[in-house]
Design a protein around this ligand. Structure first.
Ligand code: UD1
Length: 417
């Protein structure tokens, strides 16, 4: 039986919240700990379904992993298996990042094609093309990828698209490769910068994260290391959206302002007042948000695709008409059907959604179909009149730690059953 949220809408979201570490940083950094063959201490690891799946995978591979609250201690000094169990990989697409880590550490890997959110085709051709250029021999058969690399050599790799996962995989695979590796047209997401920082702490030589070109000088061995994960910009953006959708005021602690700029820009256009004081970010929202002409999701520093669904939920109640263009993933408008059940006026044509803001939404029985779409329906429920019953909230557990408890503390009427 899946869990549900019961939300009585109409309460303002007010108060103070501390933002935890980023899921999309923790996962590749956990994979990177495999490289060292030593002990890594990682702070601010959120307690999330995806993170716990990654811990399970590390344990099956032979790592010793201990969680102490939000700190995770990973010792990878023992024998490491090269085969990642299908059942765990299928639960989480990001497990593909283990490919680069295992190739680096044990020179071979066997992993099935990954699972994760159903938000359109998520090929891994760019990952594999880059790895081949480093000297990895790849065989694919019946949905399984076999990789072997007796001799990894640095290479000049140009990505056709700045894929986050491909950049991470190639980066991990190149840490011990002989000579220099350059990844051109690399993803610039802040989580890549966090991975670079962790790798450098344990002794790798990586530079350029955050720019188009990442450079890796191969090293021979790595050390113990201790690192704190960057704050989750998408979780922060979702709580900001919760305040904005209910006319509330929020103080957010543990924020990297630079990483938040694409989200801040749009919320300001919608009429929110956002400022920084004493190391915290504050958002004050108007009684009714304004529509924005066009929002286009793009690789960082463009507007993040992971905030598309939450912002569509907000625009459903904004004054005027907005256009959302999803350029990163296909099939990422599944939440729209449920928003329409709640009274939203949205038309979708392929990758474009036209949102005509309504003055009110009404509670309904809806279903979370993926992680961010589920979060969007929570926001819609908070601002709707009446009761929303949101089913299959396990999707939301993949990316938000205790979202209902945090929202309760901030004044929401939301319970989990
Ligand atoms: C990561 C994030 C995800 C976020 C996304 C975009 C993690 C765990 N997940 O996903 O939350 O929404 O970045 O910011 O960090 N593509 C190819 N071939 C490839 C790889 C990707 O065509 O080999 C395409 C994908 O289908 C997609 C686009 O490139 O259309 C972006 O994907 P990518 O940047 O790789 O996202 P992920 O790493 O999967």
């Amino acid at each position: 039986m899946l869990s549900k949220y019961i939300i009585q809408g109409g309460r303002e979201i007010n108060g103070v919240i501390r933002i935890g570490g980023a899921k999309n940083s923790v996962l590749p950094i956990f994979a990177a700990t495999i490289l060292s063959g030593r002990k890594s201490i990682i702070h601010d690891c959120p307690i999330l379904k995806d993170v716990e799946i990654m811990i399970d995978i590390l344990k099956v591979l032979g790592c010793s992993v201990k969680r102490e609250g939000h700190t995770v201690i990973i010792d990878t000094s023992g024998y490491i298996e090269y085969e990642v169990p299908d059942i765990l990989v299928r639960k989480m697409r990001s497990s593909i990042v283990l490919l680069g880590a295992l190739i680096s550490r044990v020179k071979k890997a066997k992993i099935c094609f990954p699972g994760g959110c159903d938000i359109g085709p998520r090929p891994i051709d760019l990952h594999l093309k880059g790895l081949e250029q480093l000297g990895v021999k790849i065989n694919e058969s019946h949905g399984t990828i076999y990789c072997e690399a007796s001799d990894l050599k640095g290479a000049d790799i140009h990505l056709d698209y700045p894929s986050v996962g491909a950049t991470e995989n190639i980066l991990l695979a190149s840490v011990f490769a002989k000579g220099t590796t350059t990844i051109r047209n690399a993803a610039k997401e802040p989580e890549i910068g966090d991975l670079q920082n962790f790798l450098n702490i344990i002794g790798a030589k990586v530079s350029g994260a955050g720019t188009n070109n990442i450079r890796v000088e191969g090293v021979k061995s790595l050390n113990d290391g201790e690192h704190t994960i960057i704050p989750d910009r998408i979780v922060a953006g979702t709580y900001m959206a919760a305040a904005a959708s209910t006319g509330g005021n929020l103080e957010l602690q543990n924020i990297n302002v630079e990483h938040m700029q694409p989200i801040i820009a749009k919320l300001k256009e919608m009429g929110c007042d956002i400022y920084f004081k004493d190391g915290s970010m504050h958002i004050t929202s108007p009684k009714r948000l304004r529509a924005v002409d066009i929002v286009r999701t793009l690789p960082y520093p463009g507007f993040p695709t992971d905030m598309q669904a939450p912002i569509v939920a907000l625009l459903s109640k904004a004054k005027g008409t907005s256009i959302m263009i999803e350029t990163v993933f296909e099939n990422r408008f599944k939440h729209v059907e449920d928003l329409i059940c709640m009274g939203a006026n949205i038309k979708v044509d392929g990758r474009i959604a036209i949102i005509r803001g309504r003055s009110r939404l009404t509670g309904a029985n809806v279903t979370a179909r993926d992680l961010r779409g589920g979060a969007a329906l929570v926001l819609a429920g908070l601002s709707a009149e009446g009761t929303t019953v949101l089913d299959a909230v396990e999707h939301i557990d993949r990316g938000y730690e205790d979202i209902h408890l945090h929202l309760q503390q901030l004044g929401a009427d939301i319970v989990r059953i």
